[in-house]
Ligand binder design. Structure first.
Ligand SMILES: Nc1ncnc2c1ncn2[C@@H]1O[C@H](COP(=O)(O)OP(=O)(O)OP(=O)(O)O)[C@@H](O)[C@H]1O
Length: 369
């Protein structure tokens, strides 16, 4: 009988996510209420605009902020549950943290920075250093072991910080904007290396980032929060195909409108009508990429298109193209080539005609599936 129960309990444990949390934190007038589960080996990216609650969530997980309600369970251990007054302090949580600005100890060399974690977890100096040397080797930093942080490049320092976090074999790895402080080139290399190390990490990983590319490359699943609440969650392909808020649409580089569909016509709240390729009935989102928006000096001929007069409110470089912000009956972004911009003599304030083919739009129901 006892054996059966044990087996049952073990099976239950296997099917449970490694991290199982509902993070409720009240801070002044702000409330975070974030259900969050992460499986072993899974990388989840937490995205959101400024002030959405990402740092609050990280701090609650790390034990730097107490939950007001909800629970936080990691590898079967309750780390924080206000209702049962359960609380495990930061230093006893099996969690590794990598911050944007590395936070390495400036007076310790790379080896001792990495050895710090294992030392704190009870290994003696020699064992801790051996473990640290092994991690530096895996990170391709063996020859930099004796260097102080100021003698390392940004990318190297970030890898030392990652080695330090992983050296304690954490059940949960927290990455707070880990690539934000790096220049573009280093970022590319470090992102690729990080991807390899995360794939090998058996624990759960939560990556907080503003950068959609980091999230798309590094994460298995995206959780997007706004005002302390989840607004969208899923894999990159689903979110990219069907954004559900303006923030998510901008994140994935799409123009997004909400309206009421009847057949191939969608009536937006301000009375503007968009013609779509697909037929729908009811509340829908209509999305199209900036590259689908064509600009013309005069009203374009041919009618099965959406056309409207617009004014140019901004122009910025965007990769090899220019991203043009348009105001008018609807606000959209358009991507055009520098050559087209020169031919149209585009300047802010100028009036143009915008056009989007119905076949370039995607329409999907606004009520969550
Ligand atoms: N020490 C504090 N006391 C009270 N409110 C706070 C405190 N720190 C942050 N807040 C509030 O909590 C909310 C969430 O902030 P948080 O820093 O978690 O957002 P974030 O998503 O990390 O933003 P960012 O991307 O700008 O770092 C904000 O409304 C902020 O004003």
């Amino acid at each position: 009988m006892t054996v059966d129960l044990t087996v049952h309990a073990a099976r239950q444990r296997v099917s449970e996510p490694l991290l199982d949390a509902r993070l409720v934190v009240d801070r002044g007038g702000f409330r975070l209420d974030l259900p969050l589960t992460i499986d072993s080996g899974e990388v989840v990216a937490l995205l959101g605009p400024n002030g959405a609650g990402k740092t609050t969530a990280l701090r609650a997980l790390a034990g730097l902020l107490a939950l007001s309600d909800g629970h936080l369970t990691l590898a079967g251990q309750v780390l924080d549950r206000p209702s049962s007054r359960s609380w495990v302090p930061t230093e006893q949580r099996p969690i590794g943290v990598v911050f944007q600005d590395y936070l390495l100890f400036p007076h310790l060399n790379a080896l001792d920075n990495v050895a710090f974690g294992p030392r704190r977890h009870g290994l003696d100096r020699r064992q801790a250093r051996r473990q640290a040397a092994d991690w530096l080797h895996r990170m391709g930093l063996a020859e930099h072991a004796r260097r102080k942080p100021r003698q390392l490049s940004g990318g190297q320092a970030q890898r030392v910080a990652l080695a330090r976090a992983l050296a304690v074999d954490p059940a949960l790895l927290l990455l707070d904007e880990p690539l934000a402080a790096l220049d573009a080139r280093t970022r590319l290399d470090t992102r690729a290396q990080l991807q390899r190390h995360l794939a090998a990490h058996p624990g759960a990983t939560l990556l907080v980032t503003h950068d959609p590319l980091d999230a798309l490359v590094l994460a298995d699943r995206l959780v997007i929060i706004e005002h302390g609440q989840v607004v969208q969650e899923g894999d990159a392909a689903t979110i990219t195909a069907q954004p559900r808020t303006d923030y998510v649409a901008r994140l994935v580089g799409l123009n997004l409108f909400r309206g009421h569909a009847r057949g191939q016509t969608v009536l937006l709240a301000d009375g503007f009508r968009l013609t779509t390729a697909e037929q729908h009935d009811g509340d829908v989102f209509v999305a199209f990429p900036p590259s689908a928006v064509a600009l013309h000096p005069d009203r374009p001929a041919g009618s099965p298109r959406n056309t409207w007069p617009a004014a140019i409110s901004g122009i910025q470089p965007n990769g090899d193209n220019l991203r043009v912000q348009l105001s008018g009956p609807i606000e959209v972004a358009a991507d055009i080539t520098p050559l087209a911009a020169a031919q149209l003599h585009l300047v802010p304030g100028q009036r143009v005609w915008a056009a989007v083919k119905a076949t370039e739009t995607r329409t999907y129901p606004a009520a969550p599936a």
